[in-house]
Write a protein that binds this ligand. Sequence first.
Ligand code: 15L
Length: 298
Amino acid sequence: MKTILITGAGGVVGTYLRQELAGKYALRLSDIRRLKPAAGETFVQGDIANLNDMLRATKGVDAFVHLGGYSVEGAWKDILNANIVGCYNAFEAARRNGVKRVLFATSNHAVGFYRRDQVIDHRVYIKPDSRYGVSKVFGEALGSLYADKYGMEVFCMRIGNVGTAPIDKRRLSIWISPRDFAQLVTIGIEHPDIRFEIVYGVSNNRRSWYDNANAVRLGYRPADDSEAFAAEVLAREQPGDARAEVYQGGAFVHSEAIENPTPVPRRRTSKVKPRAAKKKGGSTAKLKATRKTPRVED
Ligand code: 15L
């Protein structure tokens, strides 16, 4: 069984991924905060801004899913440490430890300044909508360098918004279900012919802004479509900022700081420990993001 490192394993996306990949891989989790590994998991606590921590985490793994970092728009020093220094450490530690296959969690915000009336593919010129988006472009560029210069195999997923349901109108176009995300990650781990690829991490949404032909070429067959939630989502939608409505990145195009809109999922089994699920008897859909300041390694 392959051993897969997941950084930022305690965040929203990491928690879903652990649930979806359980039993398929030996999972090595890493996070800045302590996590309790379940059966089939091991844990290495570490800060991605520290190269030595990343060298410990990447030792002996077959592939590396780099989710760790600052997950929304925020202060430059936070983005710099987590997403620029942290991303460099991730690729460099993988290289030094001979880990060829790296899956990088980039974001729709690398291209968030494209308009909503445009359909874009993986070859378009980058148009980041925030400092956060710029940091994701940096990670893509670094991945390209490490692929060309050091022969690494780099799979960049421009993730939309991962969750069990889309949370608003914008997310109807960029939503990805946990099982579709796991399918994409599995392609990134298993596909025999990856050098450097960019794909969109979105489900098969009718309202998508992406031509995800590159993911389809590599075998991606997403099972879910946000349209099933559209009536409910649109009925509760409030009019937003006019500028944000024009661009794919939404509020990221004008805000200086953004809260993570997605709560960490409640555990599905007793194996994964939840963080945000504080309300007694509350469902995932009812939970609000309890965190005021987004953390490093989300
Ligand atoms: C992202 O890149 C963030 O990591 C996530 O928290 C969401 O804000 C998402 O984009 C989004 O655009 O909804």
